[in-house]
Ligand binder design. Sequence first.
Ligand code: SF4
Ligand code: SF4
Length: 161
Amino acid sequence: MDVQKILQEGLSKKSENKKLANRLKKSKPKHLDALVHDLHEEVFEEIDCLACANCCKTTSPGMHNKDVERLAKFLKIKPAELIAQHMELDEDGEYVFRAAPCPFLGADNYCSVYEVRPLACREYPHTNRKRFYQVLDLSVKNTGVCPAVVKVFEGLQEKVQ
Ligand code: SF4
Ligand code: SF4
């Protein structure tokens, strides 16, 4: 899989995808979740996150106290220590990693804290969540990060009238 090539395709279709997202936000079709979930399954049969890890390499999850506490417990350090080592607060008041790639991403693309990874990491890239219309803008943004989201939008462009 050529992650950069797929992201390039996503970039070239960004304005079409934005238009589609705006239409879907207004019409909120009832079958949107089912359609996106089917596309999600289809796309992730082809895409292997371990051959990509672009989200972990380029962006940070937003993290809440619970995420920080769970991670710190796993690492056997104090939450304040974890924050001091790796985190800062963003403009929304969420903790984010100060640097990218994520400090817990291995050279083999494995996450060294996988069992206790932040909720936002578990949920990314949101293409199997309910009420997908609520994350349409975010998903258009994610076409710049996640090749799977580019492919989901390709499917939506074909299937939504
Ligand atoms: S979620 Fe998307 S960006 Fe992250 S590793 Fe999987 S395919 Fe790549
Ligand atoms: S905690 Fe794990 S899943 Fe989350 S960004 Fe870091 S390496 Fe990726």
